[in-house]
Ligand binder design. Structure first.
Ligand code: BES
Ligand code: MN
Ligand code: MN
Length: 457
């Protein structure tokens, strides 16, 4: 029998959905300075909403970057305390012409809600808010457990401000565990807890050649070209089999346990389906000897994201640019230290500097990988709750992405995270036509309600 809170949620799904749409219309793109006021507007909107549902001490916490939003309800004596985390910032929406409906005009099609941030992470963090609202309403203004909510507006750019807040004010976030809904179900209808994330270092290599841009007819053949220089460097970072060539890069890599590897083999993974429908390329690339799940969850990797500089307009311009940049990131796995990896990378890149070029190798942001133990009462209660809602055993997976603050929760707050995500592998995170499968929005709300009721028993 559904609890009173689940009943309340079900009766209010149409309103929950229209509120989520309002939230998604705010273009809170954290990386673009022109959207700073939109990020602030999203924070203010959330704070109002948190007050309205019954959270106390609601505060928009100003920082040197984008604001944090905090609220709590701490009157469930002798019950555990949850720290609900989410991020209300989103990735830039480009390329715009690839969207079937505008990124900031949420649109329903085939049971999905399409918008930038629909699943990453506005829709998922809103699950927490709506679960809390339903619990408050069904229990005359009370919650079954204690709850603190902390929301950040710059996860997509490294999460520096929340990391600082956790370091400087751990007492304000004192809790027994964190609940994070910012990951995926392994497959539709399959309740999933994510127990590991990769870390990352995000870098830029700036190459400078001539003093100024030069006519390539007059100077080509005599002047250094920073794009050619970057291309030469990049091809020496990774070989054609996907192995990274930075000396010492793999020294500290910790392999997953035999139990984990065995469990991954049991997961319903169809490599051909993944290649065709998710990646859409003729072949998959990567290190030989490792499965796709190992390659994306438990092996470090390196990618190039963009190379700003020179002429990128339509048509042709014959110029040798004075400078060019390559944005390069590496995903790290447990036991790799971001500072150490960056130092190895930087000195290797510098050793590859072509004649006539000067390089600046800089770190934009970084975060450690994390693996979470599954033998704690919060993970156990979560699997019981998920069974009630989904009628299935929970699978434990890792994610290849990064949520930098999860490592800090473990290190500074000394609490485990329950990463209960409701996205789908084909939700187009960071890509055009990002979506949230609405059934998962609703089941997510019911899962969080069931989880908190389970912990309050
Ligand atoms: N929610 C994602 C991370 C994620 C996605 C984890 C799918 C597991 C499965 C998060 O918002 C994200 O995109 N993080 C960035 C972090 C970075 C900018 C520091 C990432 O992974 O690129
Ligand atoms: Mn996210
Ligand atoms: Mn993201």
């Amino acid at each position: 029998m559904p609890s009173a809170a689940v009943d309340y949620a079900r009766q209010n799904y149409p309103r929950f959905l229209s509120e989520l749409k309002t939230f998604l219309r705010i273009p809170s793109v954290s990386t673009l300075p022109e959207h700073k006021s939109d990020v602030a507007a999203a924070a203010a909107w959330l704070a109002e909403e948190m007050k309205r549902i019954g959270l106390e001490h609601v505060e928009v916490i100003r920082t040197e970057g984008h604001p944090l939003v905090y609220g709590d309800w701490l009157h469930a004596t002798s019950k555990p305390t949850a720290l609900c985390y989410g991020h209300y910032d989103v990735q830039p929406p480009d390329p715009l012409d690839e969207w079937k409906s505008p990124p900031f005009e949420p649109t329903e099609r085939n049971g999905n809600l399409y918008a930038r941030g629909a699943v990453d992470d506005k829709g998922q963090m809103y699950i927490h808010i709506k679960a809390l609202e339903s619990l408050f309403k069904a229990h005359s203004g009370k919650l079954p457990i204690n709850v603190r909510v902390i929301l950040e507006g710059e996860e997509e750019v490294g999460g520096e401000q929340i990391a600082r807040f956790v370091r400087e004010h751990p007492e304000r976030l004192k809790a027994d565990f964190a609940l994070v809904s910012d990951t995926e179900l392994f497959a539709p209808e399959l309740p999933t807890l994510c127990v590991g994330l990769r870390g990352m270092i995000y870098t830029e290599i700036e190459a400078r050649g001539a003093m100024v841009d030069l006519h390539s007819g007059m100077y080509g053949g005599a002047a250094p070209n920073p794009f050619i220089a970057l291309a030469q460097i990049i091809t020496q970072l990774k070989d054609s089999s996907g192995r990274i060539l930075i000396p010492g890069f793999y020294d500290d890599v910790e392999a997953p346990s035999a139990d984990e590897l065995k469990a991954w083999k049991q997961l319903p993974f169809d490599e051909e389906h993944y290649r065709k429908t998710e990646v859409g390329s003729p072949v998959l690339t990567g290190e030989p000897g490792y499965s796709v799940l190992e390659r994306t969850w438990a092996r470090p990797t390196l990618d190039v994201h963009g190379m700003p500089g020179g002429f990128i307009g339509a048509g042709a311009k014959t110029v040798i640019p004075a400078k060019a940049v390559a944005k390069v990131s590496m995903r790290l796995v447990p036991n790799m230290m971001p500072e150490k990896t960056f130092a190895q990378y930087k000195s290797y890149v510098q050793s590859l500097t072509p004649a006539g070029i000067t390089l600046d190798v800089r770190l934009i942001h970084s975060g450690e990988a994390i693996v979470i133990g599954t033998d704690n009462p919060y993970i156990e209660a979560a699997t019981r709750a998920l069974r009630q809602v989904w009628n299935k055993d929970t699978v434990f997976i890792r994610g290849g992405g990064s949520i930098p603050i999860v490592g800090d929760f473990e290190r500074h707050l000394k609490i485990p995270s329950v990463m209960m995500g409701f996205g789908l592998p084909d939700d187009n995170l960071h890509a055009p036509n990002e979506k949230f499968h609405l059934a998962n929005f609703y089941r997510g709300i019911e899962s969080v309600i069931a989880f908190f009721e389970e912990l309050g028993r």
